[in-house]
Design a protein. Structure first.
Ligand code: TYD
Ligand code: MG
Length: 458
């Protein structure tokens, strides 16, 4: 018992530590993720001492003047809750090549006009970064570059240069020389992030840290990092199309529901002011198996097309697959449709896809998914100028959702003429002459309202 542990096995997926090796992590169940790491006390010699702490009465504290600075990218500012907070530590995660370095260099273009920025890269050479900066039009004198992977050296430079903003690209490439583990290992990532945190918090320097994601899409060394930083942002998108979505999953200074939408072009990332229009571009009208939903992303309503496909299956257990929608929720909806509304999917392979790379987690999307699936099943066409939203309960009832007026307004703004909404939401909705609102109580009613041919039959 009292024996000193010299090495530990650490799971690279969930950060679990164990004294012995397992082929499968007992904590997260991933295979082959336990790696040996040497344990020794870590001396934070590179960390400058923070000021002496004193206890103060909360009510007498006066927040300093302007705490936030805008990045010049409104979509990023929105996600951060209004700009970069002084002393804030922000983690940006995303697949390789999604555009994290590009986004951060673009921030330099605007902020570099009156702020000193230190961009530390452990991934690219100065020449590579210079070429990219030229392409992105970053040419002000306040942006400094450091290609270095040793955290001690980096923090020395930070102390010497005292930048107004620090960017570390990426946490997996930097390492502390007094920690034995290799760069990118859980211990190294945690200790490096801790050292950076201590240094920049002491000096009140806002800092962006880039983190790579592992095969499940979580930031490598994930949990340890997420506790250390103030904001966790994910940069997502399909590499086959040019749209990128910046999503906030933790924010100590604002809401976490906001998303920012960008488009990757030859000259860098462009902000998308009108995401609904983008999500609906290329939509085919008069085909079966599609329905438009008005969903809320934070405070902003966005229209998105949901596609459903039901086709005969040769399998004993037919396939259920969803992209941009929760798989379990799909199984549950299919069970409700079958049991409560009499639409039979049990011998069919069923697929759901949200067009444009959005991930819709909100229950209000249920109704659009159901309509897309039923129209595919029946080979009918839902009216292309109609949006639908509402949560489907286990009894097959359509339940009220929030922010109904904002959703309806967005649909009307984009030229839609009708909305199928939960009946309980009708109260308090403003009626307008050129926009029809249909309140429904059951899935069958909703389907009849969505498909004009069906309504005529009834
Ligand atoms: P990058 O920012 O290097 O990704 P990350 O840092 O997340 O790994 O983005 C690289 C990709 O972006 C690459 O595939 C090329 C593309 N890109 C453009 O399409 N236009 C541009 O102006 C830039 C700078 C990159
Ligand atoms: Mg990069």
């Amino acid at each position: 018992m009292a024996e000193k542990v010299k090495s530990m096995y650490v799971c690279s997926e969930c950060g679990m530590e164990s004294a012995r090796w397992y082929g499968r992590c007992p904590s997260c169940g991933e295979w082959n993720t336990l790696h040996e790491e040497l344990r020794q006390p870590v001396a934070h010699s590179a960390v400058p001492a923070a000021g002496r702490a004193t206890v103060q009465r909360l009510s007498t504290l006066v927040p300093e003047g302007e705490l936030r600075s805008e990045t010049g990218l409104h979509e990023l500012d929105r996600v951060l809750g209004g700009g970069i907070v002084k002393g804030g530590l922000m983690l940006i995660g995303g697949d390789p090549g999604i555009g994290k370095s590009t986004l951060l260099l673009q921030i330099c273009r605007h902020l570099g006009q009156d702020k000193k920025i230190l961009y530390v890269s452990g991934e690219e050479s100065q020449r590579q970064i210079k070429l990219r900066a030229d392409r992105l039009g970053v040419d002000n004198d306040n942006v400094y570059l450091l290609c270095e992977t040793d955290v001690g050296t980096i923090l020395q430079q930070v102390e010497a240069e005292k930048p107004d903003l620090l960017i570390v690209d990426s946490i997996q490439t930097v390492s502390l020389s007094n920690v034995a583990s290799s760069p990118g290992s859980v211990t190294q990532v945690r200790e490096s992030a801790n050292a950076i945190m201590h240094a920049v918090k002491g000096a009140d320097i806002p800092t962006f840290i880039v983190g790579h994601v592992n095969k499940d899409g979580a930031i490598a060394g994930p949990k340890v990092m997420e506790h250390i930083v103030d904001c966790v942002l994910y940069f997502e998108g399909d590499r086959n199309n040019s749209y990128r979505i910046l999503r906030c999953i933790k924010n100590r200074y604002g809401s976490t529901n906001e998303i920012g939408v960008f488009e990757m072009a030859d000259d860098g990332l462009h902000e998308v002011d009108n995401p609904s229009q983008l999500m609906l571009s290329g939509r085919q009208e008069n085909v079966s198996g599609t329905c438009v939903v008005a969903t809320m992303e934070g405070t902003r309503p966005i229209l998105a097309e949901v596609q459903g496909l039901a086709s005969p299956s040769g399998l004993a257990n037919p396939r259920r697959m969803a992209t941009g929608f929760d798989n379990y929720r799909l199984s549950l909806l299919l069970a409700v449709l079958e049991k409560r509304a009499g639409y039979f999917f049990s011998t069919l392979d069923t697929y759901v896809n949200v067009v444009g790379g959005l991930r819709l987690d909100e229950p209000a999307v249920d109704l659009a998914v159901a309509i897309a699936l039923i129209t595919s099943l029946k080979d009918t066409v839902a009216d292309s100028r109609t949006v639908a939203f509402g949560e489907i309960g286990l009894a097959g009832e359509i339940r009220a959702v929030s922010n109904i007026q904002a959703r309806v307004n967005e649909a009307a703004r984009l030229g839609f003429r009708r909305a199928i909404v939960p009946f309980d939401n009708l109260k308090g909705l403003k009626k307008t002459a050129d926009f029809e609102i249909v309140g429904v109580k059951t899935v069958r009613e909703a389907y009849a309202a969505a498909v004009p041919a069906e309504a005529k039959k009834a």
